[in-house]
Design a protein around this ligand. Structure first.
Ligand code: FAD
Length: 414
């Protein structure tokens, strides 16, 4: 224990880590704050890696999360290019890969997630990419400039964003998805149909319900993708977007409770006193919503930032922040998807607007209460939904369905 000046060690220098450091200072934590990050870069924005950085609209120099002055002024130390290797829970000591030991009072695990690998023959050929880091994205962007024909494996958000970005660079793009429909984990069938049609209109081709059997190369470079029905798709670029795995091994080896991420309460506290987990690595207890899930590992900027703020309140002794409604966005060409709440199978769905117009919202009601919405090119309706869900509003389906009904009215009624 560092009695004179407590030490907060943060493993992972990205959204959750940087926000925790900033919020702990904001709330008056006066101890030493040290962020340890495996990547060589200071915390940067990840969403543009599958969007503006690939289309060329955003440069790498625009991605910093906070300025160097911010870290200096707030006495937030960073050790980058360094991996944390082990935690000695009893001694409250973190060991780094370079052998250095840090005695902590508080330890926050903000280690995020890494790309899942398919384990397929040919996955290590040149021209085959997994996208998680800035370095991955820079290599992919450079390869895109030389490529003509791409296969994107995985029809989730990242896969579809990459497909859109590659289309905007005039590549021919085929998206291969093992499920019979796109975004099956997040969206109901009619939304999947909408997205497929919208992406086809923008020139993407699809193979749905098809698994990849192998990747074939020529002189060490990707040349074709072979599907489970024997079809071969010639290509010179492959991008995988088949989900992520939480970087929870450090926690698991130290004996923390882990199950699809580090198990925490709603404030980020793990099963071991003094150790918190936040962001993509945390499988966090959720503030109860009737009929909703008890916990989730939410992979979003908002969850990383809100989780960090809650954890900062634990460390600095401030008021825990009020629970917020989860939200997430995805930009695909000129389609802006904004999602809020956590819909479940069995929720009643109400459509406002016409899907064909590419401007609509789909609302989800559970026992009469609004619990989630998915908006396409309707940012105001998304913002109103967040407020309505937080207020546990019970708008009537016919009100939601009626584009002339002002959603603010439902808020004041609640
Ligand atoms: P991460 O950002 O994953 O950072 C964890 C850091 O910890 C990494 O730098 C890692 O190298 C480091 N680390 C891991 N283990 C160790 C160790 N042992 N020692 C030291 N360092 C370690 N979210 C949205 O809300 N909207 C979007 O549009 C969106 N688009 C995305 C697009 C892409 C291409 C990607 C990859 C993600 C996107 N996300 C989006 C998700 C979002 O980026 C993540 O939810 C967010 O980055 C999580 O932040 P984090 O700090 O928990 O973890």
């Amino acid at each position: 224990m560092n009695a004179a000046r407590p030490v907060l060690a943060i493993v992972g220098a990205s959204y959750a880590g940087a926000q925790l450091a900033a919020s702990a200072r904001d709330l008056g934590f006066e101890g030493r704050i040290l962020m340890i990050g495996e990547e060589p870069h200071p915390p940067y924005q990840r969403p543009p890696l599958s969007k503006g950085l690939l289309t060329g609209k955003t440069g790498a120099e625009q991605l910093s999360l906070k300025s160097a002055e911010f870290y200096a002024q707030n006495s937030i130390e960073m050790q980058l290019g360094t991996r944390a290797r082990a935690i000695d829970v009893a001694a409250r000591r973190l060991t780094l890969a370079n052998g250095e030991a840090i005695d902590y009072d508080w330890l926050a695990l903000a280690t995020g997630a890494r790309c899942r690998k398919a384990g397929l023959p040919g996955e290590d050929l040149q021209g085959v990419f997994h996208l998680r880091t800035l370095d991955d994205a820079l290599q992919l962007a450079a390869a895109t400039a030389q490529a003509r024909r791409a296969c994107v494996i995985g029809g989730g958000f990242i896969g579809l964003e990459v497909a859109s970005a590659l289309r905007s660079r005039q590549l021919e793009v085929t998206v291969i998805e093992a499920q019979p429909r796109l975004l099956a984990r997040s969206f109901p069938p009619d939304m999947s149909v909408f997205i497929e049609a919208a992406q086809r209109r923008r020139g993407c081709d699809f193979r749905l319900g098809r698994a990849v059997r192998a990747l074939h190369g020529a002189q060490g470079r990707i040349a074709a993708v072979e599907l489970d029905d024997g079809e071969r798709i010639e290509c010179d670029l492959v991008v995988f977007g088949i989900g992520v795995l939480p970087n929870a091994e450090l926690a698991q080896a130290a004996g923390l409770a882990v199950d699809n991420g580090v198990l925490t309460d709603a404030h980020g506290r793990s099963s071991v006193p003094g150790i918190l987990a936040i962001g993509d690595v945390a499988n966090m207890a959720l503030h109860p919503v009737p009929g909703g899930p008890a916990r989730a590992r939410l992979e979003s900027i908002q969850a990383a930032n809100d989780g960090a703020r809650a954890a900062a309140a634990v460390i600095a002794g401030g008021e825990p922040a009020a629970p917020t409604v989860p939200w997430f966005w995805s930009d695909q060409a000129d389609l802006k998807f904004q999602m809020t709440g956590l819909p479940m199978a069995g929720d009643q769905t109400v459509l406002r607007g016409e899907m064909e117009s590419e401007r609509f919202s789909l609302f989800y009601l559970r026992d009469g209460a609004l619990v989630a919405s998915h908006s396409v090119n309707k940012p105001a309706e998304h913002m109103q939904s967040r407020k309505l869900i937080a207020a546990r509003a019970r708008p009537r389906p016919e009100q939601l369905r009626d584009p002339s009904f002002d959603l603010k009215g439902a808020l004041s009624a609640s």
